[in-house]
Design a protein. Structure first.
Length: 564
């Protein structure tokens, strides 16, 4: 099967938000695209939630679910108690009714499996063999430990998750049945692949919502649901909910709940440093636990109301469940092989130099690239997870330096104004053209030293291209190009000084005109002489006049062309 969470190509806009928020930095950024690294990803869904371009995609298993229902007579839904966070105002009774309309043979609460699991947790705390026990309900926490903190794997409770326990329980009671789990987690799609057999398909509440909408099945609201007293494990999806269902009979143990990846990572570091002993730790990757899972309807997401809804739904007693031996619920905890080379100081320094960081003071540690420090980013570059161009301050400095170099060395005069015609930038060529210090122009209105007509045209949406102007005050002839950038609200004026060539052309034209006048005078004199001669000789002067007139036109034309 395909990976449960992937990155959509070509939609990434290089904001690095996914990397900044990924708790395990399991994102690779190359060639302008952010991609999830499957071997490192714990599928907590953080990147899915924070990506502003919706580039992270949850695998769609709706086709599989529909096929199971079409092919099998008995498909049972296992519904996570966090459904109240995605379908507020409904009860399990009304949701079950909607699921039956979709074709499910039946639906049960995953909290039944949670009741089975919590009994195993109590047994582990009481057997005297364990110093620390970490709950294994959250598959993302399991992956976090197995992939990134493998030395802490010995503390994971070797017990199936409520989803898997419920799946096994359902198939024990319904041997021919297929089980589809419905919940708020992305990682559960991966969990059933790692532990096949108990559950046949996982749909997120987002997928379920789309299915209900496509089938035009509405889930009825239930303003006064009947409380089931034997439903204590419905508390599992809220922070501290697992602890609230446990007996907690071991006085030597401390029982605590930790939610969120940041807090969980901090707790794991404390455990590995030897600071924690004799504790059962309920650990969830989502802040607030499962009622804040990544695959909930965002329009319904509300931490407080969801917490209250779950708490009110739970009864005071356990679900009635079958007894299971610990061996039947034992969870195999795989060891993920993780071999990462540790770059040398010389290699790190070489990468830092390539992005303009030649000393410690150059290392801003701004985290704009997604990594907490410049050195962490350099390590990621050496491991092939990041590119040099991800350093935004360096790119800005590089772009500014490049831009300044072009502007400052340009022979063309450049003026940048805001929409109020106040000068934001004037390059040295502009200063030379106006005979002013360009620094003195910045902050002043361009109307104080230039006619504002062309700026007004550009603001009105009519850019000016190659307009010939004479600035009488400065004695300058220029070719002007003025445009307006509405995105950045800036007017750009580019002026080419054509004074020398204009004056040369004018002088050439004056010389040509003078030559033409002299030619005319010579022709007139010659005409008179010719006429006198012709009259004496008795010849017609018409043809002679025409020829001389043509000569005059040719001379005048050549004079104009020389003056260009």
């Amino acid at each position: 099967m395909s990976t449960a969470l992937t990155s959509k190509q070509n939609d990434c806009r290089s904001c690095y938000k996914c990397i900044r928020n990924c708790p395990t930095k399991s994102i690779s950024f190359q060639n302008g695209q952010a991609s999830i690294i499957p071997d490192e990803c714990v599928m907590c869904g953080t990147c899915f939630l924070v990506c502003p371009q919706a580039c992270k995609v949850i695998r769609d298993d709706l086709p599989l679910a529909r096929r199971l229902i079409a092919e099998d007579k008995e498909v049972i839904a296992s519904v996570a108690p966090s459904f109240l966070a995605s379908f507020p105002g409904v009860s399990f009774v009304t949701l079950r009714a909607a699921l039956l309309k979709l074709g499910f043979a039946d639906a049960e609460e995953t909290a039944v499996g949670a009741t089975i699991v919590k009994k195993q947790y109590d047994a582990l705390c009481d057997d005297g063999k364990h110093d620390i026990v970490i709950s294994t309900c959250c598959h993302s926490i399991n992956l976090l430990i197995e992939k990134h903190y493998p030395d802490a794997a010995v503390y994971l409770a070797p017990v199936l998750s409520p989803m898997l326990a419920h799946g096994l329980d359902l198939k024990k009671r319904h041997p021919e049945a297929k089980v589809i789990f419905l919940g708020p987690c992305i990682s559960k799609k991966n969990e059933i692949e790692m532990y096949p057999g108990a559950v046949d398909c996982v749909l997120t509440f987002l997928e379920l919502g789309r299915w209900l909408e496509a089938a035009q099945v509405a889930v009825a609201k239930d303003s006064d649901p009947k409380k089931v007293e034997a439903s204590l494990a419905r508390l599992f999806p809220i922070e501290g909910g697992i602890l609230a269902t446990m007996a907690k009979d071991n006085p030597a143990f401390t029982y605590l709940a930790i939610t969120g990846m940041e807090a969980s990572i901090a707790a794991l570091k404390d455990i590995l440093s030897g600071k924690v002993h004799h504790a059962f730790i309920e650990m969830s990757s989502c802040v607030g636990s499962c009622i804040n899972g990544p695959a909930l309807d965002p329009k319904a997401r509300s931490a407080v109301s969801s917490y209250l809804a779950v708490q009110r739904s739970a009864g005071a007693r356990d679900f009635v469940v079958a007894s299971y031996a610990s061996e039947e619920l034992a969870k195999r905890l795989p060891a993920f092989k993780k071999e990462e080379t540790i770059p040398s100081e010389e290699e790190i320094t070489a990468v830092l130099r390539k992005i303009g960081k030649t000393s410690r003071k150059d290392e801003l540690n701004c985290s704009s690239c997604g990594y907490p420090t410049c050195r962490d980013k350099a390590v990621a570059v050496l491991r092939g997870k990041a590119s040099l161009e991800m350093c935004l301050p360096f790119l800005m400095q590089k772009a500014q330096s490049f831009s300044n170099s072009i502007v400052d060395t340009s022979d063309n005069a450049i003026l940048a104004l805001n929409e109020e015609l106040v000068v934001q930038l004037a390059n040295p060529a502009m200063g030379r053209l106006l005979g002013k210090d360009p620094k003195d122009l910045v902050g002043k209105s361009a109307a104080a030293f230039l006619e504002p007509d062309l700026f007004a045209l550009a603001l009105a949406g009519t850019p000016v291209r190659g307009r010939k102007l004479f600035w009488k005050v400065y004695g300058k002839y220029v070719d002007a190009t003025v445009s307006y950038d509405p995105q950045f609200h800036i007017i750009i004026g580019v002026y080419r000084d054509v004074t020398s060539e204009t004056l040369k052309r004018q002088k050439d034209q004056e010389i040509a005109a003078a030559a033409a006048a002299i030619t005319t005078e010579v022709i007139d004199k010659n005409m008179r002489a010719v006429q006198e001669i012709a009259s004496l000789l008795g010849e017609s002067t018409a043809e002679t006049k025409v020829a001389l007139s043509r000569l005059k036109d040719v001379l005048a034309k050549e004079g104009k062309e020389d003056g260009k």
